[in-house]
Design a protein around this ligand. Structure first.
Ligand code: ZN
Length: 91
């Protein structure tokens, strides 16, 4: 006897989320696990030397939501694109 096909399958089909920083729908997205964000390719490239000031409220909110600490600013006074989180943060 064949098992009936399961009806409710939880799939990973998610709507293509827009970039969190510029709201651009983007195919090329970078996930930024330290901020729990994913952003478009353009924003990612522009943040090479630090996130733009306009992005900071979004970044702060994302960090707060995830219960993460705000990273130290880099030499340019910007939030770093990537940083090494404390070891006790499981990413
Ligand atoms: Zn973007």
């Amino acid at each position: 006897m064949k098992a009936p096909l399961p009806i409710n399958i939880w799939t990973e089909v998610q709507p293509a989320a827009d970039c969190r920083l510029c709201d651009a729908p983007s195919e090329n997205r970078h996930s930024v696990p330290v901020y729990r964000l994913s952003v478009c390719d353009l924003c990612w490239q522009q943040a090479q030397d630090g996130w733009p000031k306009e992005a900071e409220p979004i970044l702060f909110a994302a960090l707060a939501k995830a219960g993460l600490l705000i990273p130290d600013r880099n030499d340019r006074g910007l939030l770093p694109r990537q940083y090494a989180p404390p070891k006790d943060y499981a990413l």
